[in-house]
Design a protein around this ligand. Sequence first.
Ligand code: T68
Length: 820
Amino acid sequence: MFDKRLDKKKFKEEVESNLKLLYRHTIAEASQQELFQAVSYAVKEVIMDDWISTQKAVKEQGAKTVVYLSMEFLIGRALGNNLINMNSYRQVEDCLAEMGIDLNALENQEPDPALGNGGLGRLAACFLESLTTLGYPAYGCGIRYRYGMFKQKIENGYQREVPDDWLKDGYPFELRRPDFTQEVRFGGTIHFEKDANGDDCFIQENYQSVKAVPYEIPIVGYGNHMVNSLCIWDAEPIVNFNLDSFDSGNYHKAVEQENIAKNIVEVLYPNDNHIAGKELRLKQQYFFISASLQSALQKFKKTGASIFTLPDKVVFQMNDTHPTVAVAELMRLLLDQEHLSWEEAWGITTKCVAYTNHTIMSEALEKWPIDLFERLLPRVYQIVQEIDRRFVAEVRSRYPGNEEKVARMAILYDKQVRMAHLAIVASFSVNGVAALHTEILKNQELKDFYEMMPDKFNNKTNGVTQRRFLMHANPWLSDWITLELKTTEWATNLDLLAGLKALVDNPAAQSDFIEIKKQNKIRLAQYIKEHNGIEVDPESLFDIQVKRLHEYKRQLLNILHVIYLYNQIKENPEQEVQKRTFIFGAKASAGYIRAKEIIKLITSVAEVVNNDASIDGKIKVVFIEDYKVSNAEIIFSAADLSEQISTASKEASGTGNMKFMMNGGVTIGTMDGANVEIVEAVGAENAFIFGLSSEEVIQYENHGGYNPQDIYNSDPKLRQVIDQLVDGTFAGGDREMFRNIYDSLLTNKSGRADQYFILKDFDSYRQAQAAAVAAYKDKSAWARMAMMNTACSGKFSSDRTIEEYVRDIWHSQKIQVEGK
Ligand code: T68
């Protein structure tokens, strides 16, 4: 049932009135962007009612609120998804069509808010959507970056970063809330004095401060009238910019304050799984955490409840260590503003904060130099010192004489603040994001902590929302599922997809499934033609790897295998081969040179392969520019093969793997992250698994690696591929262009040779690829496999993940919202 408030006549009037109000235009005069804005405001108008009712219901029902603290929320476009969740997509689509407006074209006018890097930020967005759909009061707290993740342009095969000016036309779904402004202070000096009541009181002087102004974005639940909020903080100068001032001292001060504020929220750091350790980043962290916690405490205090009941009403979930300064900031507010004792404040804090770990990559472990931390956050640092002092005393009493353990576990060590240790010590829950990842945390990375406090540790395997990644991304498959299952209930109960298992051997169902996949491949082929100017054949096997570019994710293994295939085809021109299209999409962090070299290699191989008439188009290689949430939705649904080929033990979970699976993509992958659970759910016969296990990788790593030269010497076809990196084949004769990549595989000039076991896994990958292609020949068997993947993907809904967080960590309650 569509939302009655989006009645066609009313909706049309609303759009017309918005166009007039915003632009003094009629429908005929309006540009596509203006139409997008007017339609979005018309939708927002309806959302507002539910937003207000939700606020009221939360207050009245007094349920516990989940506050999800995250530096990143990769929310993607809102218009289409809001309509899906309001059960009104088709209704509005028809209504607009009658007005001569194409909803799909309007959706493409929306900026794709890229306030995140990759999996971690997208997970936060899926979680907010699931929390809302399931009826739990929650809000996300983050940063309103002026520029989000950069836009990627490929020029001459190289990545160029272009600023993402997502706010340039105005973002219709946000709401500025100046009434809830907070002040955040940096630096200065502190001392304590007695106040009028004789209480100790901390005085901070000569500090810099900025105003934190919240903007709220509605998060619309599916079919339940619930609307939670994502609150993102903007920074503004605290002094008023007085242009009439002739006092140049004031003028400069005002400009300076303006710049300090502007800088903080200027741009998202474009690194995933890597920490640059810049002062501005710590400023961003403290800025949004201090604002969020002050605001949460104010809201709580308005209810009049005793501060000691805070843990019954709020839980702060820290999305990785980036928000971990929350531990000390909450202590500061409880000590200095609420005047609690240390024990009282610690008692509350440790019942309110929980921590999710997303990586074991050592370069992603956040550590701040103490001098920087202390200079920027003097009072917070004092508190961290005291937390560390008490914790170290506890470790010493538990493990007398074991100073090595103390050194390994301390929060402050080697002139650094170890944020993960601070998070673990204070949190009542520490979770990994897939079963294998959590085991590695417990047995390797965080072993000391697990031994000392085993009860805190738990696993929460990631999930993704089927409303965006199936219903919105793949309307054809969604309609078919609804038809076959005779219900739309799978929208909120993805386990129902298991009902499709009954159809996997049914020839008619198989051919429907194949036809839907083909339509999605045609849609992607059109996108590729339009955006990359490359013609690809929708009849070919679509083999897709889309994710951030990182050495551990091994896009290099994939492209080396493509080179191998190319060589084979050239050597055996008569041999029948399966036509294949290898599709890549990946952004590299701006400063990650090796990752950028790998992009150049992929685009260079594409250039040669796609233009070699002698191979008769048997393989094509496409690098999709600017991989982002909006084109991801088109990409996942079009895959035959889903590449999940990280070095085992390195990918904490992965979530793209789940999006492909839901859409009937078959995994070719290693036993890493959530792939393990995907294979467990779908059966090993419905996936192509290869490579070293995580135990084997860890074994090798503990013994200094392995010798790739042995493999290079014993596998002539692989050797040919590696040699082609430096014989100019893919570099127009330039032998140096890919020298660094070559060296990284064979020598240990920069660290361990072949650190990510590419040569070691190559043969096994080649075999898995061959097996996949052989399986693809049998259309019916392949359709069965693909359908099994969709049918078994129920577990990977973020609804399941959220229910587990609620059951084991948050203990929050659902609320009811009355729709108008
Ligand atoms: C990802 N992490 C994991 N990090 O790599 C992925 N890092 O396996 C997992 O599925 C996903 O988190 C969700 O749990 C990231 O995406 C970052 O983006 C990041 C950002 C800043 C600093 C460090």
